[in-house]
Design a protein around this ligand. Structure first.
Ligand code: GTP
Ligand code: SPV
Ligand code: MN
Length: 589
């Protein structure tokens, strides 16, 4: 029985039923009773394993198919009317061809299965900036993850009313055939079609598919921004609050920075860090001329490996209840979970992420490197009191960053907004396990949006420049790199909580409290201006070694950047090319 009288919704759902041919249709009202019944069903069928209720109340373990463990960028498409609208960084298919080809795959794909009709809202449903989607799925795992990651159910349909403005999301696990796996966005139609996957970012359609790919397209049209950014607040001892966003590529430290616990000295002095979001920010210009950010999500889909009580206690504490773990180790002794980097005691009696008996001493990893936890944001000990604020939080600084063994210094500041946009456009980072394919290869990932921009990235850079012109009080733009390595391949900077020291420098720059060295790439800190009080096994000379800018390495980088820019041809905004040439000039001096 439909839960709405909205004609557009009902007509579309009927069409998709005719296409996929489910045995049963269940509308998700979002009630705890309904979700409980689904949990019980998933446990009965083996789709999820109920974990130790005393140690991990309300927690479950799920294993995906072994061929289905990460986003599949080579099978992700932006189907705009022309190839140029999608641009050189996206895979493109003609929309009519895509509907036709995929329609055949969806045809009858729900036979013997249930269609769940899942209304969800990105953002608090009553916020003027929230956007509605409806996901049709044949997976209880998807429904239960979306129930954590977004706001779902009847209240969303009530807010939607008769409006036709909703994202049409169709997901089918089908045969989980990786040769027929497609993650397809139709920005002009407000439509997402995902088939043959059951993994995270491929199938939780509110996340990357909607809140970034579709939303970035809408944001360009409507004059706002949808970005792959964490949002954090820093409370200074005098009570003042600074909000910062940071765009790092997948598995490059957003969740960790968003929940940072400052070093002891900072805490004693009264500094606090609070988390507003860990992955996605929707940004708008407020009436005061500042840039305001909301987190459209309601939960965290965080990387498990490396999460422990030292690196990120807030994340670990967040996922101690009401959490779904995906592809981690199952500890059979007490029916709990484990992953590499949780502690130094891998369980003796355990199953690996594939569900096979696992012996840690044999050297094979037990958890998949891209194993994840899905946990409600409200459970995070440092969640901001502004987490659900309708208008979001005002942003003082934007940070771009990546994983670079060499080249990029620990931190630097752009000369101004447009130079900052250039710095973002020039981002490069080593690839990680968050997407299938080789790990550790340096690639261009502008603004950490390469896999997530729903239109031509040349136009996207233009949109950033244009937004800058409209923001009365522009945030300052910075670049960080926590991942510089020494000659033996060790990370030089301790990172994690100590990143607070860099955040403090950033705030000081925003408040004009410290000077800096003007270099070819931007303003680099004077080493003395980064507080090292209480830091372990690290001295100012080591700090200086990761603040260096090597003009030769940068010239190499510029060559790669020129090739990247050339792919966009004439569409690249003149401002970007101007910035590139200016950098070349400064480097050659
Ligand atoms: P997505 O959820 O894929 O978007 O990833 P993310 O950007 O939120 O990355 P996350 O915070 O989960 O970190 C990914 C990996 O980077 C983990 O293995 C962390 O342990 C590691 N990491 C995070 N911050 C730091 C840091 O400051 N230094 C070092 N060396 N590693 C870090
Ligand atoms: C990322 O890969 O950037 C993630 C995980 O945050 S996923 O939801 O799979 O996109
Ligand atoms: Mn992400």
């Amino acid at each position: 029985m439909s839960l709405t009288t909205n004609k557009a919704v009902n007509q579309w759902v009927d069409e998709m039923i005719a296409l996929t041919k489910p045995d049963q249709i269940v509308w998700i009202d979002g009630s705890e009773a309904q979700l409980d019944a689904l949990r019980a069903e998933a446990v009965a069928t083996g789709e999820m394993i109920k974990l130790n209720e005393e140690k991990l109340p309300g927690c479950y373990l799920h294993r995906t198919a072994v061929n289905d463990v990460a986003r599949v960028e080579h099978r992700t498409f932006i189907c705009t009317p022309t190839k140029e609208e999608a641009g050189p960084t996206n895979n493109w298919m003609d929309p009519a061809e895509a509907y036709d080809m995929l329609g055949k795959l969806y045809d009858g794909s729900y036979k013997g299965r249930t269609m769940y009709v899942l209304p969800f809202s990105m953002g608090v449903p009553t916020s003027p900036f929230a956007k509605v989607g409806i996901e049709l799925t044949d997976s209880i795992y998807v429904v239960l993850n979306m129930a954590i990651m977004t706001r779902i159910g009847q209240k969303v349909l009530d807010v939607l009313g008769d409006s036709e403005d909703f994202v049409h999301g169709l997901h089918a696990r089908a045969e989980l055939d990786e040769e027929k796996r497609y993650i397809v966005q139709f920005p002009q139609d407000n439509t997402i079609w995902s088939i043959n996957s059951g993994y995270g970012g491929n199938v939780l359609l509110g996340k990357k598919c909607f809140a970034l790919r579709i939303a970035s397209y809408q944001a360009k049209k409507e004059g706002w921004m949808a970005e792959h950014m964490l949002i954090l607040g820093i409370k200074k001892p005098n009570g003042e609050k600074f909000y910062v966003t940071a765009a790092f590529p997948s598995a490059c430290g957003k969740t960790n920075l968003a929940m940072l616990i400052p070093p002891e000295g900072y805490r004693k002095n009264g500094y606090e860090v609070e988390c507003v979001g860990d992955d996605i920010a929707w940004l708008r210009i407020g009436q005061d001329g500042r840039l305001w950010a909301v987190n459209p999500e309601a939960g965290f889909f965080g990387v498990a490996p490396g999460t422990n009580m030292k690196s990120n206690p807030n994340a670990l504490l967040t996922c101690q209840k009401n959490t779904i773990f995906t592809n981690v180790v199952h500890n059979l002794a007490d029916n709990t979970v484990w992953w590499e980097g949780l502690d130094k005691n891998p369980p003796a009696e355990a199953l690996n992420w594939k569900g096979e008996p696992w012996d840690a001493s044999k050297g094979e990893k037990g958890a998949h490197p891209n194993s994840r936890f899905t946990a409600p944001a409200a459970q995070c000990p440092c969640i901001s009191d502004q987490f659900e604020a309708d208008q979001g939080v005002p942003i003082s600084a934007i940070i771009f960053g990546g994983r670079r063994a060499k080249t990029a210094p620990l931190v630097y500041q752009s000369f101004d907004w447009n130079h900052g946009v250039f710095v973002g456009s020039a981002m490069a980072s080593e690839t990680t396990a968050a997407a299938t394919g080789a790990v550790g290869v340096v690639r261009r990932d502008p603004m950490a949006m390469k896999p997530f921009c729903g239109y031509n990235m040349a136009d996207y850079f233009g949109h950033w420049v244009e937004m800058g012109g409209k923001i009365g009080k522009q945030p300052k733009i910075f670049h960080t790199n926590w991942f510089r390595q020494d000659d033996e391949g060790h990370f030089v900077w301790p990172g994690f909580g100590d990143n607070m020291r860099v955040l403090e420098w950033i705030i000081n720059r925003c408040e004009d409290k410290v000077g800096a060295q003007e270099t070819a790439i931007g303003y680099v800190p004077n080493a003395e201006d980064i507080n090292l009080d209480g830091i372990k096994d690290f001295d100012i000379e080591t700090l200086k070694s990761i603040l260096t800018v090597d003009p030769e390495l940068w010239m190499e980088d510029v060559k790669g950047l020129e090739e990247f820019y050339a792919d966009f041809g004439d569409r690249m905004p003149a401002e970007m090319t101007k910035q590139l040439n200016a950098l070349k000039d400064r480097l050659s001096k």
